[in-house]
Design a protein around this ligand. Structure first.
Ligand code: AMP
Length: 143
């Protein structure tokens, strides 16, 4: 994959407002925040989308996310927050290096959500369940 601005931040070639770092993860403030405290949690592994992430990086991100969420809430006074993780241009991804947004609800600001559910057809749900469960089992066997 091409080098993104996040790889340059991870290598220290361009600055960021760092709030946390360990061997596998870097977290820093978003420079165009949706609310005060909007933070990005980024695995150091350079892959574009979540489905490409190694188990090691996924585990490292999973360990860090709750800590950053607690830190953002305690620093901002927020009691609610959203985690947003975009994959692919159609899904609003702009930087093609996996990252998780921690977006607190602060001063009436935060993540706006357009949520337009469809009517679910039971036969279609059944067919989809079978396909996805089979694919998930195959993924699990791959290790
Ligand atoms: P996404 O649409 O999920 O790819 O979001 C990318 C996010 O990265 C946006 O919210 C940007 O404001 C943020 N961003 C881009 N460049 C920087 C930077 N140099 N430092 C901090 N945040 C950045």
């Amino acid at each position: 994959m091409s080098d993104t601005i996040f790889s340059k931040i991870i290598r220290g070639e361009i600055p960021c407002h760092r709030v946390y770092e360990d061997d596998a993860v870097l977290a820093f403030l978003d420079v165009n925040p949706l609310s005060k405290g909007h933070t990005l949690v980024v695995p150091k592994e350079a892959v574009a989308t979540l489905d490409k992430l190694s188990e090691e990086s996924a585990a490292a991100i999973g360990r860090v996310l709750p800590k950053i969420a607690r830190a953002v809430m305690s620093a901002t006074g927020a009691t609610s927050f959203n985690i947003l993780q975009n994959n692919g241009a159609d899904a609003h991804q702009a930087v093609f290096h996996v990252h998780f947004h921690v977006i607190p609800k602060v001063e009436g600001r935060g993540l706006g959500i357009g949520w337009e559910p469809m009517k679910a057809d039971n036969a279609e749900l059944k067919a989809l369940r079978e396909k996805i469960a089979w694919a998930a089992a195959t993924e699990t066997q791959k290790g």
